[in-house]
Unconditional design. Structure first.
Length: 306
């Protein structure tokens, strides 16, 4: 990790939260703020096709256990770091086997479907709402809970609002449209017909909670299932059927649920059938806070990735 990058990061920490304390036996772990939040800083250069590569040392992750901790990912050319709450991924990370160098491999993808964290042998996780210094400030100097308890229909509404802001048309099942909550986002008119590309899987696609459709081209871009109380496995099976029956389409798939089910998502996606089909590599977990924070960023004109 280039020393100037780390030095600039520590300097910014100092300006915002006071001089951080570097932990012993690590070059990348710091304690910040009155409550001694632990920040684990990782840096990557940009590689071909805008790829980033990070290594999370098992010994450093163990130093975060039992503490309020944040994984900080910073990459070449990035204006603000990504700050991922460790406790939300602690169970997932504990279940992973490090590579031969003692590190768990991670990547960050910036794309129109939201910033994603990829953990090798675990899968993809939406982390769009964790971007920027303002998020770290909310962790170190919390002002109280700001994310409401969201019902199934409200998550559908927010996903639709995000998609519309990004220039997509939106499919919502007809039976769900009357329940959309227009207090949460600007109103939009759901598409009345499915794209022709989904006709082979029409019965499945009609029941998908939210579909983003390229405006003008009519090509489906992303499918989302909100598993509020229903089994995550059922949503993954639907996605797997679509993926297998429409191999020529480049689609993104997202399971949206509460944080308690993140580790369950990883275990279910680790089934042989999803490994064999390749769904594990293209299906992303979204937590309700991710969706709420992402919508806030889009609505207020925050930095997003097109």
């Amino acid at each position: 990790m280039p020393n100037p990058v780390k030095a600039a990061f520590v300097e910014e920490l100092s300006k915002r939260f006071g001089l951080p304390r570097k932990l012993e036996n690590s070059e990348s772990l710091y304690e910040v703020g009155r409550d001694a939040v632990r920040v684990y800083f990782r840096y990557s250069k940009k590689h071909p096709r805008n790829r980033t590569f990070f290594g999370l040392r098992r010994v450093d992750l163990q130093a975060l256990e039992g503490h309020h901790g944040v994984l900080c990912f910073f990459w070449e050319g990035q204006r603000e770091p990504l700050f991922v709450p460790f406790e939300q991924f602690e169970e997932v990370l504990a279940g992973l086997t490090p590579a031969s160098d003692g590190q768990i491999k991670a990547q960050v993808y910036e794309q129109i479907g939201g910033t994603e964290l990829y953990l090798a042998n675990a899968g993809r996780f939406n982390v769009e709402s964790y971007m920027g210094w303002d998020f770290l400030e909310s962790v170190i100097q919390p002002a109280g809970a700001t994310v409401p308890d969201l019902a199934h229909n409200q998550v559908q509404t927010l996903l639709g609002g995000i998609g519309m802001a990004k220039g997509f048309d939106i499919w919502i099942p007809p039976n769900d449209r009357a329940n959309l909550d227009w207090n949460l986002t600007a109103g939009f008119r759901p598409a009345t017909v499915l794209p022709s590309a989904l006709m082979r899987v029409k019965e499945i696609a009609e029941e998908v909670d939210v579909i983003w459709i390229d405006r003008g081209g009519g090509t489906p871009a992303a499918l989302y299932e909100v598993e509020h109380s229903t089994p995550i496995y059922s949503g993954l099976l639907r996605f797997n059927d679509v993926h297998l029956m429409l191999p020529s389409l480049t689609l993104r798939f997202g399971i949206v649920s509460n944080d308690d089910r993140r580790a369950l998502f990883v275990r279910q996606l680790d089934r042989p059938t999803f490994k064999a089909s390749g769904l594990r590599e293209i299906c992303t977990f979204f937590e309700y806070r991710n969706i709420f924070g992402w919508h806030q960023r889009v609505r207020t004109g925050g930095q997003t990735h097109e």
